[in-house]
Design a protein around this ligand. Structure first.
Ligand SMILES: NC(=O)c1ccc[n+]([C@@H]2O[C@H](COP(=O)([O-])OP(=O)(O)OC[C@H]3O[C@@H](n4cnc5c(N)ncnc54)[C@H](OP(=O)(O)O)[C@@H]3O)[C@@H](O)[C@H]2O)c1
Length: 298
C-alpha cells in the first residue's frame, strides 16, 4: 500500500510530495531536492500529545513542532496549556502548529473530544499519539488507599488504553498507518520503593504497549514506550522536592544513585520520543526504551 504525504521544507517554505510505503519502508520523493538527513523528521505529521501543559509533554510538543509536526496538546491547567499553544504558534511563517484542548483524560467524553478536534483542526489524520499524561503516587501495599490506586490507574493505564482505542481505527484507515508512544517509566521494568500503585500502573503500561504492538503490527501501526528515569520537571519544585533548578548540592546528592550522576532533562526524553515517533525507528515496535542514565543497568 502506498501513501501520499507532503513534506514541509521550512527553509524553502514550500510543500513537496513524498510517497512512503510503511509496509515495505520504501520512500520515494518526486520533487524533494534536500538530502533525507536535512529534511524535517516529522514533516506535516499530526500528533496528539496528552498532558503537555508542563514537563516531558511540553518539551515533546516543542521538539515535535521544531521538526515540522502540528500538535494537539492537552491537560487540565488551562493557563499553562494556552501558554504552550501561544509559544508554538509564534513561528516566523505564521503557520498554525498547535492547538490546546482542555481535557481530563480520566473522562471518556474528554478523550473523544480531543480526537475529534484533532481530526477537524489538522486535515483528518492522526499520525502520532503520545500518551504522556500521568501522575506519580506513593505508598506500600498497606498504606495505598483504594482511592489512590484507582486515581493512579485511571490516568496512567486506562487513559493510555482509551486514547489508543479511539485513535487506532483512524490510524488503521490511513494509508500511512500511525505511531503510538506511551510514557512508561524505568519503573515499568524494575520496582521502586514505596510506590506500589505507580509501579503497578507503569508495569501495566509496558505490557499494554507490547500487547497493542502485536495486535496492530500488520496494520502499519507501531507502538512503543519511552521509559524515563528520574527527569527534573517543574512539578518537583512545586512539590517541594527542591527549592529551585539551581539547588545544586541537593540535586547532586539526590541523583547520586544514578550511574551518570544526574537527572534527565525533559528535552532528553523528548528527543527519545521524537526518535520513536519518526521514521528513524521504522522497524521498532513493542519496545520499552529505557532512558535512565544507566539506573536499571545496576
Ligand atoms: N519526571 C519523571 O521523573 C518521570 C519519570 C518516569 C516517567 N514519567 C512520566 O512522564 C509523564 C509526564 O510527567 P512529567 O514528569 O512531565 O510531570 P508533569 O509536568 O506533572 O506532567 C504531567 C502531565 O500530565 C497531565 N495530566 C495529569 N493528569 C491528567 C489528567 N487527568 N488529564 C489530563 N492531563 C493530565 C498534566 O497536566 P494537567 O496537570 O494540566 O492536567 C501534565 O501536563 C507521566 O506519565 C510520568 O509518569 C516521569
Amino acid at each position: 500500500m502506498v501513501l501520499e504525504c507532503r513534506t514541509y521544507l521550512s527553509d524553502l517554505t514550500m510543500w513537496n510530495s513524498e510517497v512512503h510505503d510503511p509496509k515495505t519502508n520504501n520512500i520515494q520523493c518526486s520533487q524533494c531536492t534536500l538530502e533525507p538527513s536535512k529534511r524535517l523528521r516529522l514533516s506535516n505529521k499530526v500528533a496528539i500529545i496528552t498532558g503537555a501543559t508542563s514537563g516531558i509533554g511540553r518539551a515533546t510538543a516543542i521538539r515535535f513542532v521544531e521538526e515540522g509536526a502540528r500538535v494537539i496538546i492537552t491537560g487540565r491547567r488551562r493557563e499553562l496549556g494556552v501558554q504552550v499553544e501561544s509559544l508554538l504558534n509564534g513561528g516566523r511563517d505564521g503557520r498554525r502548529c498547535c492547538t490546546y484542548v482542555h481535557a481530563d483524560h480520566t473522562k471518556v467524553e474528554d478523550c473523544q473530544k480531543v480526537v475529534e478536534i484533532a481530526l477537524k483542526q489538522f486535515g483528518g489524520t492522526i499520525d502520532i499519539l503520545f500518551n504522556n499524561a500521568g501522575i506519580v503516587t506513593s505508598g506500600t501495599a498497606e498504606t495505598t488507599t483504594e482511592e489512590v490506586w484507582n486515581a493512579t490507574f485511571n490516568i496512567n493505564v486506562t487513559a493510555t488504553w482509551r486514547m489508543s482505542q479511539i485513535c487506532i481505527p483512524h490510524m488503521r484507515r490511513q494509508p500511512g498507518g500511525g505511531v503510538i508512544v506511551n510514557n512508561g517509566s524505568d519503573w515499568s521494568v524494575v520496582a521502586g520503593k514505596n510506590a506500589l500503585a505507580y509501579v503497578m500502573s507503569k508495569g501495566a503500561v509496558g505490557m499494554l504497549t507490547k500487547q497493542m504492538a502485536l495486535d496492530y503490527a500488520r496494520d502499519g501501526i507501531r507502538i512503543n514506550a519511552v521509559c524515563p528515569g528520574d527527569t527534573f520537571v517543574d512539578r518537583w519544585i512545586e512539590r517541594g522536592d527542591f527549592t529551585s533548578r539551581s539547588d545544586e548540592s541537593a540535586i547532586r546528592s539526590a541523583s547520586d544513585f544514578i550511574p551518570m550522576g544526574r537527572f534527565a532533562t525533559p528535552e532528553e526524553i523528548a528527543n527519545t520520543v521524537l526518535f520513536l515517533a519518526s521514521h528513524e525507528s521504522s522497524y521498532i515496535t513493542g519496545h520499552l526504551l529505557v532512558v535512565d542514565g544507566g539506573h536499571t543497568a545496576n
